[in-house]
Design a protein. Structure first.
Length: 135
């Protein structure tokens, strides 16, 4: 597979390749496969740089985008929060990566609230239908 690729000269090249393949899979709407490639990239980045590095944060942000797309708000929030803490530790609160990740956290919260509102509307409509049937 990717490990035997001529491009993969070392672990860092492999990590970068996993990110590129993951990005392609996201565009093909193959989110679970993309998450697997992003996990592989994260693992290789952690081997190379340790768990506290911006490359790890970058992959976590990509995971968060997929989780949001899958409506897994808890996982999206957790991945973004971890990414934010890594960016903040590396760059500070005012760096654009930190700010973008905070905006992503806000987006997850907004999407989750919209989802909850939609569920509530559907519940109310169902109750009304039941009341009109029974009454």
């Amino acid at each position: 597979a990717l490990e035997s690729s001529a491009y993969a000269r070392n672990s860092l090249d492999m990590a970068d390749l996993h990110v590129k393949v993951g990005d392609c899979l996201v565009h093909l709407d193959e989110c679970d496969a993309a998450l697997e490639d992003f996990r592989n990239a994260q693992s290789k980045y952690e081997e190379e740089f340790g768990k506290v590095h911006t490359a790890v944060a970058y992959v976590l942000s990509k995971n968060a985008s997929i989780y949001l797309k899958q409506r897994d708000f808890g996982a999206a929030l957790a991945a973004n929060a971890k990414a934010y803490s890594l960016y903040e530790e590396s760059f500070g609160k005012s760096h654009h990566r930190s700010i973008e990740t905070l905006q992503d956290i806000r987006l997850v919260t907004v999407k989750e609230m919209e989802d909850l509102r939609q569920q509530e509307r559907q519940r109310v409509r169902a109750e009304r239908r039941e009341l009109t049937k029974g009454g």
